[in-house]
Each structure stands twice: as structure tokens, then as C-alpha cells.
Design a binder for this molecule. Structure first.
Ligand code: ATP
Ligand code: MG
Length: 411
């Protein structure tokens, strides 16, 4: 026998029995997001590597360690590790800045990151996300957070915590970064290797470190005082307090987390995460924030933006599985040609119908019907002769013989 080829580590098949759970995420997204005026966008799965280096930021783990990059005809291409950069590229390239603001877009699809696979962490995983362009006011931040919460509610997820923080703007953040570096300098040797690397390039990211020994350092009173200090300027503080005003008004429960910095470089002012109280260590289901300089950094106009992404595998792991839909009817017959005609007729009328294509015995066909369909339609010599069909409800076992053209009224 030929050697079996297996699925690649960190990737998974979504099998037919599981696909209904994915449809639920996608259909609920379409349903909820449309109410807020979002339109779906589908961008390519690979893009120029430079887009992510510039868009996500070349001091991030995503760009430094996690990208699937390959060369083709002297071009460096990368499988998208996230989709904000791709959506922003398309926004600029298609002149969407000329449309009347806000431009509201949503997407779903596979993302690729070379990470250590574990529960809740894959190398090909899926995200659903939204991006809103053109509004600098905090009402936009509040609306996208509310949208995330309402999407999760529509899916039946209520036991979640919304965490928010403000990263300030580039100018007030500079001072904060300087203070963090200063207070952590004596501890430099005790920081993990990643934090030592980030210390110069991206000191805010230290606060996000998951290593226990680093977390302990940040808990030291003199260090905690600096980290937790209110560093943001008056304008950023006003933006943040207005956001909280709207969230309170809309009844969104949240907590403030000063250590929330997010792994991507492009955020300013608002950042947020939604965590589940039911997932283990990979408990973040949604991450997002405001990114007012990304459109300009990628060559577009000065267009403020805010958005988020959710991990779809993590959403599914929090939800009960969706039972696969049964067929409306399965035809049990010893005349394939008659079964064929009846099946086509019902399919044309919108019903999901199958019949036996391989001349199986009557009892076998009936067993199959009981497994896969809501009704068995029995079409044997007697029925064919009299132009009738015996319709059996497979839940109640109730059976009725009716004229062929009345079948539709019963199933
Ligand atoms: P984490 O802290 O879990 O690594 P992240 O900050 O890298 O998350 P984002 O880039 O903000 O995550 O992506 C948003 C969401 O996508 C996450 O909250 C998570 O639900 C999901 N996600 C991210 N990476 C993976 C992965 N490798 N496998 C499965 N889901 C993922
Ligand atoms: Mg990550």
C-alpha cells in the first residue's frame, strides 16, 4: 500500500460533521454585522511580505518569528498572519477613503502563524474580524466593542470579560516607554530573553510577557507604580473617558487593565481584549483597538481606524456543537428511475432529498433513511402503480399514503 500523507502539524481538517458549527459563526456574523452597516470583504491569503513588516510591525513576534514567507519570481510573499494589514492595503488601493465615512468592513478566513501548536493554538487558524475607517471619535471605539459583545451574545456566549486600556498617542507614549525602561534597567539581567530583546525596540511589549519570572518583576511595588501610573496626555485621557461613558451607557461591562498592550505595533489609544472565563491559558477570544496611523504608514491618507479580530477555533470550543442538519426526506424504492424523478421534483421545490443509488435491499434503505432523514418516502410497486407515495415520519413512525403531488405538503 502507498504511504499515507498526513495533515501538517498545527493544521486541522474541518470535517463534514463539524462544519455546521462554522456556518453558525459565519451566518451569525453576517446577520449581526449587517445591522451595524458592515460589508464583507475578501482579500487574498498571501500578500507582499513588506505589507506585514510595515503593517504589523517588524518588532512584533508575528513578523519576527511566526510568518510563513516564501520566494516566488524574486518576490517575497507571506501567508497572512492577520488580516488588518490586508484590509488596509485594499482600502487604500481601491480608493475607499473617497467613500463617505465611516467605511465598515468585516472578514473571516484562515490566518497562518508559525507558533507552537497546543490547545487553542494552531498554525493555520481562522479569524472573524471588523475594521471601521474614518472616525476618530471614541463613539467608534465604543461601537466596535459593542458589536463584538453583541456578536458573542448572539452566539450564546455571555460569560466573558471585556478588558480595556489606553496606550496613549505616540507623543505621550514616548515618555511612558522611557520611564518603563528606566525603572526596569536594574532588572535587565533578570528579564527573559524575549523581554531583553524587546527592551530597546518595543518596551511596552514587556508588560504583555507571559513568563512567570517577568510577571513577578512587574509586580514589585516600585516597578508597578511606574507601570500603573496614568501617563496619557489630556486628549488621550478624554478619548478614554468618553469611551467609558459610551460603554457605561450601553451597559457593556468592562474592566481596565493597565498591562494590556496587545502584540501588534499599530495600535494607539484604545486597546481591548475579550476573555472567556471557560478557556484555559489561551483564553483571549477577541483582540482589537484603534490604529490611527496605519493607513498613512501604508501609503494612504490620514484615515483613523478601529477594529478587532476573534479566533474562530476558540469561539467554537466555547460553544456546544451544532447537530448536522438531517435531509428532509430519503426515498426508499426498488425503482431507481422513479426515485430519481421524485427526488428531482422535490429538490426543485427546495427540499433536501436523497435516495439509494446502488440497488440496496429495502430494509437497508429504510435503515439508512432513519439515520439521515426526517421522512422516508416509500415508492415501491403498489405506490408506483397507483401514483402514490407512502410518507413515513421517522420521529413518530406515523405513516400515510398520499398522492405523489401531495408529498410536499407533508415534509
Ligand atoms: P494570543 O495572545 O492568544 O497569542 P494574539 O494577541 O496573538 O493572541 P491576535 O493577533 O490579537 O492574537 O488575534 C486575535 C485572536 O485570534 C486571538 O484572541 C485568538 O482568539 C486568535 N488567535 C491568535 N493566534 C491564534 C492561533 N495561533 N491559533 C488559534 N487562534 C489564534
Ligand atoms: Mg499570539
Amino acid at each position: 500500500m502507498a504511504k499515507i500523507i498526513n495533515v501538517i502539524k498545527g493544521t486541522k481538517d474541518i470535517l463534514p460533521q463539524d462544519v455546521s458549527s462554522w456556518h453558525r459563526l459565519e451566518e451569525t456574523a453576517l446577520d449581526v454585522f449587517s445591522k451595524y452597516g458592515y460589508k464583507e470583504i475578501r482579500t487574498p491569503i498571501f500578500e507582499a511580505t513588506e505589507l506585514f513588516a510595515r503593517g504589523v510591525g517588524d518588532t512584533t513576534d508575528i513578523v519576527n518569528k511566526e510568518m510563513y514567507t516564501f520566494e516566488k519570481s524574486d518576490r517575497s510573499l507571506t501567508l497572512r498572519p492577520e488580516n488588518t494589514a490586508g484590509v488596509v492595503r485594499s482600502f487604500i488601493e481601491n480608493g475607499m477613503a473617497r467613500l463617505s465615512a465611516p467605511v465598515k468592513l468585516w472578514y473571516h478566513g484562515p490566518m497562518f502563524r508559525y507558533e507552537r501548536p497546543q490547545a487553542g493554538r494552531q498554525r493555520q487558524f481562522h479569524q472573524v474580524g471588523v475594521e471601521m475607517f474614518g472616525v476618530k471619535q471614541p463613539a467608534a471605539d465604543a461601537e466596535v466593542i459593542l458589536l463584538a459583545v453583541n456578536y458573542l451574545k448572539a452566539l450564546g456566549l455571555n460569560d466573558l470579560t471585556v478588558e480595556i486600556n489606553s496606550l496613549g498617542c505616540p507623543s505621550c507614549r514616548e515618555e511612558y516607554k522611557r520611564k518603563i525602561k528606566e525603572v526596569l534597567k536594574p532588572e535587565f539581567e533578570n528579564l527573559c530573553e524575549d523581554c531583553q530583546n524587546r527592551y530597546e525596540k518595543n518596551p511596552l511589549r514587556l508588560l504583555d510577557c507571559k513568563v512567570e519570572s517577568c510577571k513577578e518583576i512587574f509586580e514589585k511595588p516600585e516597578i508597578k507604580k511606574v507601570i500603573q501610573a496614568d501617563f496619557i496626555c489630556d486628549e488621550c485621557a478624554e478619548h478614554f473617558s468618553e469611551l467609558k461613558f459610551y460603554l457605561n451607557k450601553m451597559g457593556v461591562k468592562y474592566s481596565e487593565n493597565k498591562l494590556l498592550v496587545r502584540g501588534l505595533d499599530y495600535y494607539n489609544r484604545t486597546v481591548f481584549e475579550i476573555k472567556s472565563n471557560n478557556l484555559g491559558s489561551q483564553n483571549a477570544v477577541c483582540g482589537g483597538g484603534r490604529y490611527d496611523s496605519l493607513v498613512r504608514n501604508l501609503g494612504g491618507d490620514d484615515v483613523p481606524a478601529v477594529g478587532w479580530a476573534m479566533g474562530m477555533e476558540r469561539l467554537n470550543s466555547l460553544l456546544p456543537p451544532v447537530e448536522a442538519e438531517k435531509l428532509d426526506a430519503y426515498i426508499v424504492s426498488n425503482s431507481p428511475a422513479d426515485a430519481f424523478m421524485l427526488a428531482e421534483d422535490l429538490r426543485c421545490n427546495g427540499k433536501a432529498v436523497e435516495f439509494d443509488l446502488s440497488n440496496k435491499k429495502f430494509t437497508k434503505q429504510l435503515e439508512k433513511a432513519a439515520k439521515v432523514a426526517k421522512f422516508a418516502l416509500i415508492l415501491c410497486e403498489d405506490e408506483i402503480k397507483s401514483g402514490t407515495v407512502s410518507v413515513k415520519n421517522l420521529d413518530t413512525s406515523e405513516q400515510k399514503t398520499v398522492n405523489k403531488n401531495e408529498v410536499l405538503t407533508l415534509i
